[in-house]
Design a protein around this ligand. Structure first.
Ligand SMILES: [Zn+2]
Length: 262
């Protein structure tokens, strides 16, 4: 009897709760048939009881499945179920704020594909390094990207990975950050674009005085930290017929400054 109400033999918390719910439901129904037969002297035939029991059980399983499918589950703690995405995100940002191990189910790509992706990243950054004083400050770039490409290049440098949100984040900042990103992208001068007459535009990953003054001078009101933040996230569209469309995007945020060599 104790096992019916505790389901102690089931390890997974979510499944245990579901089993207890089912057990109690079934005990209640058996009790209902018993009292009905006792008080109304209405002896149901065995086949009828079996048929009714089967139908009731099927209905209970359907309700249970619907309830579990509507819950949001933490992939890192299988016992944790949340009613909505906000609850799950709140849990993940508190408990798994420094989790950074990428998913194992990603097919490794050939080195040629990774090298080509590195070139795309360098080109995208260089494109933002314009020779125009109006363009300095925070830059944000976003474009579709395979998860396998992102993990192939940045998998060892993740600051955070959220399996529930399907979101990765890498943050590069500080004195050695330019060098480290250069090693990852295999291009030393990835952060600099040179123009004629000693003019150049740079990515800033370290808040030196010159960088701060330059940003203040241009009335940059954004309070984002001086860093290169690279994220990958999966987006989903679900239409009225439950048709699902999925795409992954890479996002890059960084500050740029202009330097003149007279
Ligand atoms: Zn968790």
């Amino acid at each position: 009897m104790e096992e019916i109400f505790t389901a102690w033999n089931i390890q997974n918390g979510g499944k245990r709760r579901a089993a207890i719910w089912l057990h109690i439901n079934i005990v209640y129904k058996i009790w209902y048939w018993y009292t009905q037969a006792w008080w109304e002297n209405n002896n149901m035939r065995e086949e009828v009881v079996k048929r009714v029991a089967k139908a009731r059980l099927r209905k209970s399983f359907m309700v249970l499945n619907k309830t579990l499918n509507n819950c949001f589950r933490c992939y890192l703690c299988p016992n944790k179920l949340y009613k909505n995405q906000q609850g799950l995100s709140c849990h993940a940002s508190i408990v798994h704020y420094n989790y950074n191990i990428p998913t194992k189910h990603i097919t490794p790509l050939p080195q040629e594909a990774l090298d080509e992706f590195k070139n795309i990243l360098i080109y995208t950054i260089q494109k933002q390094l314009k020779n125009n004083i109006k363009n300095i400050g925070l830059q944000s770039v976003k474009f579709p990207c395979l998860e396998s490409l992102f993990v192939g290049v940045f998998g060892n440098y993740l600051t955070r990975y959220s399996p529930s949100r399907k979101w990765y984040q890498c943050i590069f900042k500080g004195e050695n950050a330019v060098e480290l990103v250069g090693q990852i992208l295999e291009r030393t001068n990835w952060s600099v674009r040179c123009y004629l007459y000693g003019q150049q535009t740079n990515v800033i990953l370290f808040s030196s005085n010159s960088a701060i003054n330059e940003l203040k001078k241009n009335k940059c009101k954004k309070q984002k930290p001086i860093e290169l933040c690279i994220e990958w996230e999966q987006y989903m569209i679900k239409d009225a017929t439950n048709q699902i469309s999925i795409a992954g995007y890479i996002m890059m945020h960084f500050f740029i400054e202009q330097i003149y060599f007279g």
